[in-house]
Design a binder for this molecule. Structure first.
Ligand code: FEO
Length: 581
């Protein structure tokens, strides 16, 4: 097999490196990977430590040539020449574009491909074709496919389509090539992880990115993940060609099993929330995913439902089995959304917990109208409506995630306390409480998102490099700011003086509230706020995370530190029982 080819580097903005890599994947199949080396946010809710890639593939059948997904429009200057060169080298024209999913990171250059290769046929799900029309603003030859439909490219390259809705939009499909065993899955099984190794060679390095990506994009759709896995279980795939990050081949079974295990764990949740959003409208998709992430962090399952394409019967079923419902304001001029809202209003029960949130799409159905309509059918939202006054920032996403967690906790609080008590015998609970520890506040900041939490499960864990561990409950808001590569400050509280800080940080903050209002802080060297009243502070960088059923044990390297009051000791936290902190 030929060696990968890397293009020259181009720059996006002042200093973000872009590069294209062409890699052989299998017989008659190459990838054109757009390497976005320095992308540090994925628009939004998730910070990226290692950039990302947008992967596109060419299948050269004996008779026909197909392109699977395209690229982000920022790669126009690199991607289009790379595509042209591959086709010219093979002496081929382009016959098909298989569009797995229409989010612009994969379809931004579809209009350019339509212009460059007139007559090319676009093959996609019915929903994807509808979205594409709004994106391309030009006529094109199309074929809508369903699960099980096939296209024969010749020479054994018979490709079969598998509908995989909600991974990550309702439009998504997988494509399986029977000749090579390559399955193209777009967002599913991806990772925001940019390296010039196109495959999953370094499992340990890839693993935290693969998990974080799953938590952000796939976990809210865990039921859809399991459905998709059932649909492909009899397909003999040997490579998963993802839309982001490395292709899965060397650790294929292990990584697929992880998706299965994580999704099955979500399925065991005792409660679920229906999150109703509008795909491809304003920030509805992003904000709803963030909210859903907050919900699933607290152990509650979610069903993501697109108000613009949902079948009424399906909506009634999903709402019927949900303890809570989130309504993201849809566009006020959409007949589909209006019909879905009418179905919703007739399905809701007064005991269901409801949250209404803006989508910041420019034409949002006013949230006050939504609330009035709910009250009209005796359903009173139990949380304040979430409003967005300006272009969503990291702080906005933080508020949505926290609102999701609050909602989930409200649904499970009673059960959780009972389960915690039942999980341990009184004797063990008393003995375990003899483990004593200090009292600390963890503080972290990322752009305009800031977080803090009281911590007591803290211990030094290594000498070289200096390292410590902190156990962070999975439903803590600050958990989002403590991913591998993130920085934070550990503030040591002083014996005899910790009361006011402890009281402040133990209070229940409303979603998105500034935890530091009224607290004296200074900026530590790593950018996180440090508490002026702490007896010492340590600057840390997260190096690894170990998952337990309800906490992340976060191992961090200590990069700096200082003692503010040498005469004071760190407060000791003693407990009577170990069922609680
Ligand atoms: Fe990578 Fe949902 O787009």
């Amino acid at each position: 097999m030929a060696e990968p080819e890397l293009s020259q580097i181009e720059y996006f903005g002042d200093n973000k490196r872009l590069q294209t890599q062409v890699t052989p994947v299998a017989q008659d199949t190459v990838s054109i990977r757009s390497l976005d080396w320095d992308r540090d946010r994925f628009d939004i809710e998730f910070g990226l430590q290692n950039g990302t890639t947008y992967n596109s593939y060419l299948i050269f059948g004996e008779d026909k040539t197909a392109l699977v997904d395209v690229s982000h429009e920022k790669f126009r200057g690199l991607y289009m020449p790379a595509l042209r060169a591959q086709l010219e080298r093979a002496g081929r024209r382009l016959d098909y574009v298989f569009v797995s999913h229409t989010e612009p990171d994969h379809s931004g250059l579809v209009p350019d491909v339509l212009d460059a290769y007139p007559g090319v046929m676009v093959v996609a799900s019915k929903v994807a074709l509808a979205y594409l029309k709004g994106l391309t603003h030009r006529p094109f030859t199309e074929r809508a496919v369903k699960g099980g439909d096939k296209v024969d490219l010749g020479g054994g390259h018979e490709v079969e389509f598998v509908m995989a809705p909600n991974l990550h939009w309702p439009d998504t499909m997988f494509t399986f090539d029977h000749a090579t065993g390559v399955m193209f899955t777009c967002d599913a099984f991806g990772a925001h992880y940019c390296t010039d190794d196109a495959f999953d060679t370094e499992l340990e390095a890839l693993a935290p990115h693969y998990r974080f990506y799953y938590d952000c994009l796939m976990r809210p759709n865990a039921r859809s993940v399991l459905t998709a896995l059932r649909k492909v279980k009899d397909l003999p795939y040997t490579t998963i060609a993802t839309g982001h990050g490395p292709m899965l081949r060397l650790n294929l079974d292990e990584l697929v099993q992880r998706y299965k295990g994580w999704s099955e764990a979500v399925g065991k949740a005792t409660a679920s929330v229906a999150v109703l959003y509008a795909s491809d409208y304003g920030f509805s998709d992003r904000l709803s995913q963030t909210l859903a992430r907050g919900i699933t962090k607290a152990g509650v399952a979610t069903d993501m439902v697109d108000l613009l394409s949902v079948d009424p019967q399906e909506l009634v079923e999903v709402v019927g089995r949900s303890a809570g419902v989130v309504i993201m304001a849809p566009p006020d001029d959409s007949p589909e959304a209006q019909a879905a809202l009418a179905t919703l209003l007739s399905s809701l029960k007064p005991k269901q917990k409801v949250l209404v949130a803006e989508s910041y799409g420019g034409r949002d159905e006013p949230v006050d109208t939504l609330v009035t309509n709910l009250v009209g059918v005796s359903v009173v939202p139990v949380f304040d409506a979430l409003r967005v006054k300006e272009m969503p920032t990291e702080g906005t996403y933080q508020g949505y995630e926290e609102a999701g967690t609050d909602m989930a906790q409200a649904l499970t609080q009673k059960d959780k306390i009972a389960r915690t008590k039942a999980a341990m015998s009184p004797d063990i609970a008393k003995a375990l409480a003899r483990l004593s520890s200090g009292l600390y506040v963890v503080t972290a900041a990322h752009s305009n998102a800031r977080g803090a939490m009281i911590a007591s499960w803290v211990a030094q864990a290594s000498f070289k490099p200096l390292g410590l561990t902190i156990a962070v409950a999975k439903d803590r808001a600050i958990e989002s700011l403590m991913q591998v590569g993130d920085t934070f400050v550990l503030n040591c509280l002083g014996e005899g003086s910790y009361g006011p800080l402890m009281k402040h940080f133990l209070q229940r903050f409303p979603p998105g509230a500034d935890r530091f209002a009224g607290v004296d802080t200074f900026a530590a060297g790593n950018g996180s706020p440090a508490l002026a009243a702490a007896v010492a502070h340590l600057e840390c960088t997260v190096a690894a995370r170990l998952e337990t059923p309800d906490h992340w044990v976060t191992y961090a390297h200590v990069t700096s530190g200082a003692v503010a009051d040498a005469d004071k000791k760190t407060a000791v936290h003693r407990r009577k029982v170990a069922n609680y902190y």
